[in-house]
Design a protein around this ligand. Structure first.
Ligand SMILES: [Zn+2]
Length: 231
């Protein structure tokens, strides 16, 4: 499919001022950007008076569940110019889920992510990627490791510290998820699970020194989360 976009003002994403140009696209590749392109195309769009830009990336989305259950998912996003979105924000993710803590996790994420079908109870991040691959989405989707969900999955909401076995499970989950393509753990200082120590020691799994640093920094942030989080 060859598309010629004519007469728009191109903002190329570098921060440079917009400039008048035509854009020739072959399938998903930009072939040419130049004034008054003369090229054969299957489709010619006259975008006079419109801005022509690369797709926008929204790094803070809570669409993790919707991406799997909403048949119209992506329509609103692409209408806003979004072509890549990142979920798993604020420590909230639909996985990992284990039967013992499934109810607690569902209660935890539902206010933000919506109801989670039982069929979405997944304990390993690659399962989530496989499920996304089976859907027909018009945009790219990435995800953080949701540290709040991970904590709830391993520990529920008790205040007892992690046992070595629980830490190993959490570390294993993070490593597996990141090897599969997840972005690093994300947490939120306001949600209840984030205030339960000591999740921070779970990362990084191979560096005791950096893990210790996180342990020291995060409790300080928790003393004044609103003030620090706004910086
Ligand atoms: Zn958020």
């Amino acid at each position: 499919m060859r598309t010629l976009i004519r007469n728009g003002v191109v903002y190329d994403g570098t921060g440079a001022p917009g400039f008048a140009a035509d854009v020739l696209v072959q399938d998903d590749t930009i072939e040419a950007v130049a004034p008054e392109l003369d090229a054969e195309a299957d489709e010619i769009l006259d975008e006079a008076g419109m801005a022509v830009t690369p797709g926008f990336i929204d790094t803070h989305r809570h669409c993790d569940t919707a991406a799997l259950v909403d048949p119209d998912f992506g329509r609103i996003e692409t209408a806003q110019g979004l072509t890549t979105i990142i979920g798993g924000n604020c420590g909230l993710a639909p996985l990992p889920v284990r039967p013992e803590t499934a109810r607690q996790i569902s209660d935890y994420i539902e206010p933000c992510l919506g109801p989670t079908p039982e069929t979405m109870q997944m304990a390993h991040f690659p399962e989530y990627l496989d499920a996304l691959d089976k859907t027909d989405k018009p945009l790219n989707i990435g995800s953080y490791v949701g540290i709040g969900t991970l904590r709830a999955c391993v520990k529920g909401y008790g205040r007892a510290p992690f046992t070595p076995a629980e830490l190993d499970w959490a570390r294993g989950y993070i490593s597996e998820a990141m090897q599969a393509g997840a972005t690093p753990p994300a947490r939120n200082l306001f949600h209840s699970s984030a205030r339960r120590p000591p999740m921070a020691v779970c990362w990084p799994p191979t560096s005791a020194a950096r893990g210790t640093t996180l342990c020291q920094v995060w409790p300080r942030l928790l003393k004044s989360p609103r003030k620090r989080a706004c910086r």
